[in-house]
Design a protein around this ligand. Structure first.
Ligand code: ATP
Length: 250
């Protein structure tokens, strides 16, 4: 087990964004988080990487946890000339061989010398994935890596993730809106709407009434083809009162 969240609440300003979140991420799993816009998916990922601190609950992280994170948006000036090679070296200069390995693991081995602003959406996602791989993570957190990709591009991307998972034995938690592909390619699905409405195997989530209602699949003939591919540290958070600090235990 890489991460376990127990009863986590997340508040931003005065607004409660996530309530009673409990989940486990085990090694080697592909887990997809689905949910409507504004349901807290990005907030969940930011909480798991430690960028947002929960107000209550417990987050247990395995000592060997190493996270690679791909954010939903890349804040970079598109007019700025920059090669993929330069971009991958932005935080730290790294040997070209490491960059080449990461690019090839992300299925983008031929992009090293391309200009970042000349890449297609799918190519850019692969470069971002390569950047996350540079830290040799055992957990990859990807926030909507398939946004803007068509169905085939999305399925190709999942295939790449599946190969990566097998090669690196890493767990992958990603956010996606493409229900068809999600249901085929994930080991586990978490359906989020401020709280976890349902989670489990894709076929179980897909057949649950909560899921169908949330995604408006109750109507005539709306069905999802549900196929599967074959193929410690502990931090406790408590709601601070006016004169009480957030408590980190262990
Ligand atoms: N920095 C912030 N300040 C205030 N509110 C925020 C902030 N970040 C997120 N929120 C609010 O938290 C809620 C969840 O946002 P979040 O981005 O996690 O949702 P999401 O499920 O990832 O949405 P989408 O599918 O549109 O990307 C939204 O109501 C959003 O307005």
């Amino acid at each position: 087990m890489l991460i376990e969240a127990c009863n986590i609440d997340v508040q931003i300003g005065k607004k409660m964004i996530l309530k009673s979140i409990s989940l486990q991420i085990e090694k080697g799993r592909i887990i997809t988080v689905i949910g409507p816009n504004g349901s807290g998916k990005s907030t969940l990922l930011k909480t798991l990487i430690g960028a947002i601190t929960p107000v209550t609950g417990t987050l247990i992280k395995a000592p060997e946890l190493s996270v690679g994170y791909v954010p939903q948006r890349l804040h970079i000036d598109e007019t700025l000339p920059m090669t993929v090679k330069r971009f991958l070296q932005l935080p730290h200069k790294m040997p070209a061989k490491c960059l080449q390995n990461a690019l090839s693991e992300a299925g983008a081995s031929n992009l090293m010398n391309q200009q970042l602003n000349s890449l297609s959406g799918g190519q850019l996602q692969r470069v971002l994935l390569a950047r996350a791989l540079l830290t040799t993570p055992n957990l990859l957190l990807l926030d909507e890596p398939t946004q803007g990709l068509d169905r085939k591009g999305t399925a190709d991307f999942y295939r790449q993730l599946n190969q990566l998972r097998q090669k690196l034995n890493c767990a992958i938690l990603l956010v996606s809106h493409d229900l068809q592909v999600v249901m085929r390619q994930s080991d586990q699905v978490i359906c989020l709407n401020g709280q976890i409405c349902c989670q489990g195997k894709p076929e179980d989530v897909g057949n649950s009434d909560t899921f169908k209602t949330l995604f408006g699949l109750d109507g005539d003939g709306d069905t999802l083809a549900l196929y599967r591919h074959h193929s410690h540290s502990r931090t406790t958070y408590s709601q601070p009162s006016a004169n009480q600090e957030i408590h980190h235990a262990g």
